[in-house]
Structures are given as C-alpha cells and as structure tokens.
Write a protein that binds this ligand. Structure first.
Ligand code: SF4
Length: 194
C-alpha cells in the first residue's frame, strides 16, 4: 500500500531498530531452524515475511532484502528496479518518470537514510539482483548466513585459545627456557673484556 510505504520511510529509524531485533531473533533461532530443516521452515517464514513486508514496503520478495541500505524504501518498487540510485528521469518535486503520481523510490530512500543510524550504507554499491532467489525468505537467508559467520568466528577464536595454551606449555618445556650452562673458560674472549 503506497501510503504505508511512505509511512515506513518516515519511520525508518524505528523500523531499523525493529529490523535489528528481528535479525537477532532469527539468528538466535538458527539451532531450531537447523534441527527442523531450513527447507521445511522456508515456506511458512516466506509467507509471514511477505505478509509483513508487503504491507509495510510493497515488498516483492526479491529474496535479497536491502531495506537497511535504502532508507526503508524498497528499490523493487522502482519501475526500472534500479538498485544503486535513481535514473536520470526524476521529475521536479522528486516524482518518478514512469509513474508520475509516485515519488521516486530513490528520493524516498535518501530521505529515509537521513533518519537512520546506519544511513551511510546508502552510499555502498549493491550487487545486481539474483533473480533465482525471487520468492525466498531474506530473513531466513540472513539468519543462516549470520549464524554460520558466528560459528566460524567462534571456532577460530577457540582454535586460537587452544594454540595459545599449547604454545605456553611448549615454551615452559622447550630447551631455550632451561637455565643456561656456564660457558667453559676457553670460550670467553678475554681481549674483548674491559
Ligand atoms: S528489497 Fe526485496 S525483500 Fe526487501 S522489501 Fe524490497 S522486494 Fe522485498
């Protein structure tokens, strides 16, 4: 719904916070999703996501949500589906060239980004849309990726701790840390001594 879409842009800061919370919850649910099977939960989560985001953002379920980088204005609502800023046809007043009754989604994106804590993300170049992901849940994908990242960094730091411990043990036992034997008198360079 167009009006709600504009409301979302005006409340981008609050929605950014809500999104952070949703992301954290989804990541926390990763063990449960993994036990049930991501393939099994995909459908119900995608239906829920589509309902919520369809209402607030006119989401088209592209499967690679970028709302946090676009001021909570969905770029898939751009008739040209541009992902990295407006085309050259923005009308006076910030209206769309193709749909003159509608504000350019990128003009809205800029407004929304100014309200967000991480609004500077709008300057980052976004990858092109991968059409094969259409219809899939972005929430689940992000949850799975972030949980995998977290597991990876936990494994790395655990490995680092084990190596540090083993290294400390090795240092204690290595010959270099044993007391040095006294030099034989023949090895002492008397000329070099004062
Ligand atoms: S970027 Fe994609 S997933 Fe996000 S609201 Fe737009 S269509 Fe939906």
């Amino acid at each position: 719904m167009y009006r709600l879409r504009l409301w979302s842009v005006r409340h981008a800061r609050g929605l950014e916070r809500l999104y952070k919370w949703v992301e954290g919850t989804m990541v926390a649910l990763d063990p449960l999703f993994a036990r049930i099977g991501y393939a099994r939960v995909e459908r119900p989560v995608a239906v829920l996501e589509s309902g919520v985001k369809g209402l607030l953002f006119d989401c088209e379920m592209c499967g690679q949500c970028v709302l946090s980088s676009t001021g909570m204005s969905c770029p898939m609502n751009c008739p040209k589906q541009l992902r990295n800023g407006p085309c050259g046809g923005v009308r006076p007043g910030g209206f769309c060239e193709v749909k003159p009754w509608m504000r350019c989604v990128w003009v809205d994106a800029w407004d929304g980004a100014q309200r967000m804590r991480n609004g500077a993300w709008i300057s980052e170049v976004l990858p092109p849309v991968d059409r094969s992901l259409k219809g899939s849940s972005s929430w689940l994908r992000v949850a799975r990726e972030k949980a995998a990242e977290r597991r990876h960094s936990e494994t790395k730091s655990r490995a680092r701790r084990i190596v540090a411990k083993a290294f400390a043990g090795a240092r204690r036992n290595e010959p270099a840390s044993a007391p040095l034997a006294e030099e034989p008198p023949s090895a002492v360079n008397r000329e070099a001594q004062p």
